[in-house]
Design a protein around this ligand. Structure first.
Ligand code: ADP
Ligand code: MG
Length: 433
């Protein structure tokens, strides 16, 4: 199925219990439950049957089942099961915040250190120095996690504080609905007057939606003037959103800008281990390393791989091993194989030689820097689709001939000198190549 359908119809479901041949899921609303039953139940059953080698029955319940007026229980499909005791929903002062997205579950590494520190500072001293805080980075790298962690931390220290978390998509939808229903006053009151902190996720969605962007601009100003903290995330930096108005973009520069890049190998391993611990998954070290080297550019996919492994291992009653992971995640790993980017290569090479990526991009020529730089250029040529010019640009604007000669030199040296060949293989291994 498409990832969009998956997000819409499958992601909101939760697994309530799985015992013997019965799997119980829970849907947040009757609509979703019905849709799943009509469209996906059959497929889900046959997939489970294929995986486990036996017939598995799926029941889907409604979350927060209440007794109906006639005293019958609501939401149980079929009549044979008695519902198992459900875990009580996590108590949260703000139901827009995901309980899992807290600072203490966020693994910090060089790739996200700055954004995490800025977020923590803002949560401690909202509206003071870093207003707005603008966090940007690729998908699945923890922007939403950090944004919501700010909300949680603020509510923890000041329970009465009004935290408003929403995506810009929801802002747009509510804005449009309020206009239609002539309820703009209410809409404005809600966002401009009643928020102590505004956490706006995925601002790139405003691009090209002029009237909604304008509404947000005024919301921003109203909050800012009253010293309220604003935090914004985006999947790209402001200057790469040509369809956003200049005046809004310039507001984003007023405060602090922090980026998040894909995590290094060590951080990826820590994230996996943390997640496994949290979910009680037995994850051997070699499997953690295997996953972390196979999936590099997206933490969400990394987590997804772990969840998938855990689900398959429990369905098939097998323990998780590298061989099991390879078999189970075949497609996912294949898909990630071509995904290695010059940026990832630069980071791993720099870390390997104890340098900073800025050294690789600099004009400095001592061998301790130029040698790693040439290796990194060579690896970019060998393992990515980036052109010579592009590689040159990513290394601080070097000429394409520089890249070409570095690549040639390393190819030759790796044939002639064992030591260089070993270095390159070690790096490739770290990169999961
Ligand atoms: P984004 O909003 O940048 O697309 P998310 O915040 O939704 O990404 O993160 C995707 C998933 O990866 C979430 O489940 C999040 O908890 C997890 N994640 C990302 N970075 C980290 C990290 N540093 N430590 C722990 N979990 C992380
Ligand atoms: Mg997000």
């Amino acid at each position: 199925m498409s990832s969009r359908n998956f997000e819409l119809w499958i992601r909101p479901l939760t697994l309530v219990s799985q015992a013997g041949d019965l799997v119980i899921l829970e849907a947040p609303n009757p609509y979703l439950k019905e849709w799943f039953e009509d469209n996906y139940l059959q497929t889900a059953s046959s997939v489970l049957e294929e995986l486990s080698g036996r017939k598995i029955e799926i029941q889907i319940l409604l979350r927060n089942r209440n007794l109906n007026d006639d005293g019958s229980k609501d939401g149980i499909s079929g009549s044979t099961v008695t519902a198992p005791a459900l875990p009580s929903p996590a108590s949260s002062a703000n139901r827009d915040l995901n309980e899992r997205y807290r600072f203490d579950s966020f693994v910090i590494g060089p790739s996200n250190q700055f954004a995490a520190a800025a977020s923590q500072l803002v949560a401690q001293r909202p509206g003071e120095k870093y207003n707005p805080l603008f966090i940007y980075g690729g998908t699945g790298l923890g922007k939403t996690h950090l944004l919501q962690a700010i909300g949680h931390a603020m509510l923890d220290s000041r329970p009465s504080c009004q935290v408003t978390y929403l995506t810009s998509e929801r802002f747009v939808n509510e804005c449009i609905a309020s206009m239609r229903l002539r309820k703009m006053e209410e809409f404005r009151e809600k966002y401009r007057q009643r928020s102590d902190v505004l956490l706006l996720d995925d601002v790139q969605f405003f691009e090209g939606k002029d009237s909604n962007e304008q509404e947000f601009f005024h919301t921003f100003n109203a909050l800012y003037e009253r010293g309220r903290q604003i935090v914004i995330t985006s999947d790209k930096p402001a200057n790469q959103m040509p369809r956003l108005t200049e005046r809004l973009k310039s507001r984003f520069q007023w405060g602090l800008i922090a980026d998040i890049v894909p995590p290094e190998l060590d951080t990826r391993i820590s994230i996996l281990k943390q997640k496994a611990r949290h979910d009680n998954i037995q994850l051997p070290d070699d499997v953690a390393i295997f996953l972390a080297t196979s999936i590099q550019s997206n933490v969400r996919e990394l987590e997804g791989a772990l969840i998938r492994l855990a689900a398959f291992s429990s369905l098939q009653g097998r323990s998780i091993s590298v061989e099991f992971a390879e078999r189970t995640l075949g497609n996912l790993i294949e898909r990630n194989r071509g995904k290695i980017s010059p940026e990832i290569i630069q980071r791993e090479v720099a870390a390997f030689f104890n340098l900073r990526t800025s050294d690789l991009k600099s004009q400095r020529r001592p061998r301790a820097i130029s040698f790693p730089r040439q290796i990194a250029m060579h690896l970019c040529r060998k393992h990515t689709t980036a052109s010579l010019t592009e590689v040159g640009r990513l290394f601080g604007g070097k000429d394409h001939t520089t890249v070409l000669s570095a690549d040639r030199k390393m190819r030759r040296l790796s044939e002639e000198e064992q030591e260089i060949q070993d270095t390159i293989s070690a790096l490739e291994q770290r990169l999961g190549l």
